[in-house]
Design a protein around this ligand. Structure first.
Ligand code: FAD
Ligand code: N01
Length: 544
């Protein structure tokens, strides 16, 4: 394999490599391994953190763990790797996932090709040489034939611009930039803004330590108990013996998880039977709850049955009817925002030291030196936690000054929302690939499955170019336009766009274009589309 030493430093001081990858999370690590060890290319990864891990490097907030089940939240490209890694819990926490990715990096000697503590600030395509010039905050310039972004969909923290934040006398943190040494909440007056998956994970854990916790909720949310537990020996054995079967299920269903949707309609199931099914799934816990029926996201009547079931559960768990009302006042169909899974989330509101403020009634006015001001009331706080999510999917890409052919900036091409072909390539940006880019299923899936599919497709595409002496691949404008239509059609065939306050639509970031970003047509369907494109000599791409 090509080693870092095989990089060439040109007379201009630029470092020449075959491929430059940004990011050392699940995506970047596997892309590096594939290009370096399968295709023998010289590859450089640039990563702003000082370690591998991506999401799991940054998100160390209390309660941070994944909600994909451990046996599915890992790479499946190597049976040996699956067999040798032992998960301890049904849902691993951030530290365990970091250890896993650290193990992968060590096993395949990946760190040799990663430059840490370095941010890519700009990437510019030079047409005459057909090379990307990529510059970093360390002052380096890399010249690469292939430029691959593995920057993540959820890596650009969304810190709302609330007037007065800079005047706050206490401490404040965003969950996606959590201090590695942790935060001591003991006896403190803590406010948390946000009740998405992150807030719902963090609230029960912070409540156990804080003197008082005030939850500032803008959009009430459904949540399903995770029922997290240590894995039994029997399950561990099952997961290792059935690697092929598990992989097959994940590769042939809509969402990349290791379970299938049960092919039955909620609304067509008699009420008593439907209820019994939902009760059983609620007891089992986890994302599989929504797979009890296969029409939840396409039939509003079916969806209503699940939405009502969860709201009934909220009212039954939360003893204070006023709190229960705020929590169950949900404005979108079930699972049209990513449904969180939790550990004692609704139960936490039965604690005397936890209160909830409904921001839909009165929004935050400002942050003062003492706390958060809403209307006439000032909530005095020692610590504010922003569980306010991310500038998702487009944010991490637009943070980099990317310029394609004719000096065209990506931010201009995407000024009214992202457009590309298959979520993989933007016309005018040859030889640039976006792993899990907008327009791909990515965030609607168990992501390692979506990531492996993209990396394998890109690797195969580059291998084919190398084998055929091709220099350049570029999506055509027509293919991208058609794909954007396809992404819209797929979203509109579901209830997903009905969640108006959703980051899938960019609604959480003021001023962001309202475009449904991920491809909702299903992972298996998408995989087939991509495979067919490759088989048909890369239809929709121009290759020279
Ligand atoms: P990331 O892990 O985000 O890695 C991207 C890397 O790129 C980061 O390390 C970042 O520092 C680096 N980077 C970005 N821009 C630059 C730049 N300009 N220069 C240098 N480096 C840069 N998905 C699931 O499927 N199941 C789950 O249960 C799940 N739980 C999640 C929980 C949380 C709290 C969050 C935030 C996300 C979760 N996700 C989950 C989604 C998760 O992001 C993906 O599963 C996966 O980790 C993404 O890997 P990635 O390598 O594509 O991106
Ligand atoms: O972010 P979110 P997240 N004033 O955007 C509120 C993955 N993930 O970090 O809905 C007041 O979902 C915002 O309100 P609203 C998963 O894909 C997975 O929780 O915009 N409130 C919302 O309540 C997930 O979907 C896991 O009205 C403001 C909250 O902050 C994605 O990451 C765990 C506000 C943000 O919710 C993002 O989740 C964690 C403002 N100005 C994350 N701005 C697991 O798998 C925002 N909000 C377990």
């Amino acid at each position: 394999a090509a080693t870092p030493e095989s990089k060439i430093v040109s007379t201009s001081g630029a470092i020449e490599v075959d491929a430059l990858i940004i990011g050392a999370g699940f995506s970047g690590l596997y892309q590096l391994l594939s290009l370096r060890d399968k295709l023998n290319l010289s590859v450089q990864v640039i990563e702003v953190a000082d370690e591998v891990g991506g999401t799991w490097y940054w998100n160390r907030y209390p309660g941070a763990r994944c909600d994909s089940e451990s046996h599915s939240y890992q790479y499946y490209f190597s049976d040996e790797l699956v067999k040798e890694w032992e998960w301890t819990q049904r849902y691993p926490d951030h530290a365990e996932i970091r250890q896993y990715l650290g193990h992968v990096a060590k096993k395949f000697d990946l760190k040799a090709n990663i430059k840490f503590k370095t941010r890519v600030t700009a990437a510019k395509y030079h047409e005459a040489s057909n090379r990307w010039h990529i510059t970093t905050d360390a002052g380096d310039t890399y010249v690469a034939k292939y430029f691959i972004t593995a920057v993540g969909c959820l890596s650009s923290a969304n810190i709302p611009k609330i007037a007065g934040l800079e005047s706050f006398g206490g401490e404040w943190y965003h969950t996606g930039q959590w201090p590695h040494e942790g935060v001591d909440f003991t006896g403190k007056r803590v406010g948390i803004i946000g009740t998405g998956s992150t807030g719902i994970q963090a609230i029960p854990v912070i409540a156990e330590q804080a003197g008082h916790l005030t939850v500032f909720q803008r959009t009430a949310n459904y949540s399903i108990p995770s029922r997290n537990a240590p894995l039994t020996d029997q399950f561990k054995q099952f997961a290792k013996e059935k690697i092929s079967d598990i992989r097959h299920v994940m590769h042939t269903n809509t969402n990349g998880h290791a379970f299938r949707m049960v092919p039955r309609s909620a609304i067509a199931t008699p009420e008593a039977e439907r209820r019994a099914i939902m009760e059983k799934a609620w007891e089992k816990g986890g994302l599989e709850f929504r797979a009890c029926f296969d029409d939840i996201l396409i039939n509003k009547d079916s969806n209503d049955t699940m939405a009502e079931f969860v709201c009934e559960k909220i009212r039954a768990i939360v003893r204070d009817p006023a709190k229960a009302e705020v929590l169950a006042d949900i404005d979108h169909p079930f699972a049209t925002k990513r449904p969180p899974v939790d550990t004692h989330y609704f139960e936490t509101y039965n604690r005397d030291n936890v209160s909830i403020v409904n921001l839909r009634k009165t929004p935050i006015d400002s942050i003062t030196p003492k706390g958060i001001k809403i209307g006439d009331q000032e909530y005095e706080l020692d610590i504010i936690v922003f569980a306010t999510g991310f500038d998702a999917m487009t944010g991490p890409l637009l943070n980099i000054n990317i310029t394609g052919k004719n000096n065209t900036a990506l931010k201009d091409v995407w000024s009214t929302g992202p457009s590309n072909y298959l979520g993989l390539q933007v016309p005018g940006f040859p030889n640039m690939f976006t792993i899990t880019g907008p327009g791909s299923p990515s965030v609607l899936c168990n992501m390692p499955v979506a990531i492996e599919q993209h990396v394998d497709w890109i690797t195969h595409c580059i291998a084919d170019m190398q084998a055929n002496g091709l220099q350049k691949i570029e999506a055509t404008a027509k293919a991208a336009n058609d794909w954007v239509q396809e992404v819209n059609v797929a979203a509109n065939a579901t209830l997903l766009p009905q969640a108006k306050h959703s980051w899938y639509l960019g609604a959480n970031v003021p001023g962001k274009p309202r475009v449904f970003m991920p491809y909702a047509g299903g992972m298996a369907n998408y995989r087939k589309i991509c495979d067919d494109v490759a088989k048909n000599s890369y239809t929709g791409f121009q290759r020279t």
